[in-house]
Design a protein around this ligand. Structure first.
Ligand code: FPP
Length: 257
């Protein structure tokens, strides 16, 4: 039988404290486009980097919340393949933040049973950051709580092309028959291989687009948008998104009769 349970934020970040969500109807995989750091900073007359810095605090609290309420997969868009077009100072600052985040949070995430993974073109990142990523992956590899994917140098089209190339190579090497390729096999060659599809996609800051994020994985995702910028997104907003998701009628192209 489905039963409700009450969620209480351990760190009191969420002063409303209790929210009712249906534990049996949780989205298995939530993806977030953490948008609006720059706009948040501009509105306050601050440099953009202050928005990204505040964005890290938001990420910390949302990861904790997701873990506390037993979400299985959370994928966050930290840096897209297109974000390299930003000024070098901003790109460098973001890379430093990723490194800081890993350093500062790894032990706590390990204790919280979070499995950290990075998806995207990791080989294009600095060697130092690649080492940190590898260390975080190894340290948390056996954790079976929240699986956190941080998308860095990620692009959905690139990911699909990568999978096509791998399968084409295998077909050309006669390791597989090209005619046997189906959606399930294709799925196994994406960065998110063996992970469930996205159930709920959240985007902050008012824009309503997918921006090359998890194009394949979001085929049947429910979208949830908020005008709040990422730095002001709170655990209670995250809970609200889940509660709204639980009211949606998911038909996957069929009929719910
Ligand atoms: C979008 O805001 C945000 C980004 C491109 C970076 C996301 C990064 C963080 C939230 C920092 C923390 C991440 C990790 C993994 C530690 P924007 O700069 O596009 O904002 P704007 O659209 O208002 O200019």
């Amino acid at each position: 039988m489905w039963k409700d349970f009450f969620y209480k934020n351990e760190k009191n970040e969420n002063e409303k404290a209790f929210n009712t969500i249906n534990a049996a109807k949780l989205p298995t995989h939530i993806a977030i486009i953490m948008d609006g750091n720059g706009r948040w900073a501009s509105k306050k007359g601050l440099p953009r980097k202050m928005g990204h810095k505040k964005g890290v605090s938001t990420l910390k609290s949302i990861v904790h919340t997701a873990s506390d309420i037993n979400i299985k997969y959370l994928t966050v868009y930290a840096f897209s393949t297109e974000n390299w077009k930003r000024p070098l100072t901003e790109v460098n600052f973001l890379m430093k933040l990723f490194s800081y985040y890993l350093d500062a949070e790894i032990d706590e995430m390990y204790r919280k049973n979070v499995h950290i993974d990075f998806i995207g073109g990791i080989k294009d990142l600095s060697l130092g950051l690649q080492e940190q990523i590898e260390k975080a992956r190894k340290k948390t590899a056996d954790n079976d709580g929240l699986h956190l994917n941080i998308a860095v140098n990620y692009g959905g089209r690139d990911e699909i092309v990568m999978a096509v190339k791998k399968l084409a190579q295998m077909a050309s090497d006669k390791k597989i028959n090209a005619l046997d390729i189906d959606a399930k096999m294709f799925d196994d060659y994406l960065y998110t291989a063996h992970q469930p599809a996205v159930d709920l996609l959240i985007r902050t800051s008012g824009d309503m687009r997918i921006s090359n994020f998890l194009l394949w994985q979001c085929a049947y995702a429910e979208f949830w948008f908020t005008k709040k910028n990422w730095p002001e997104f709170m655990p209670e907003d995250f809970i609200q998104a889940i509660m709204d998701y639980q009211k949606r009628d998911r038909k996957f192209g069929g009929l719910n009769v």
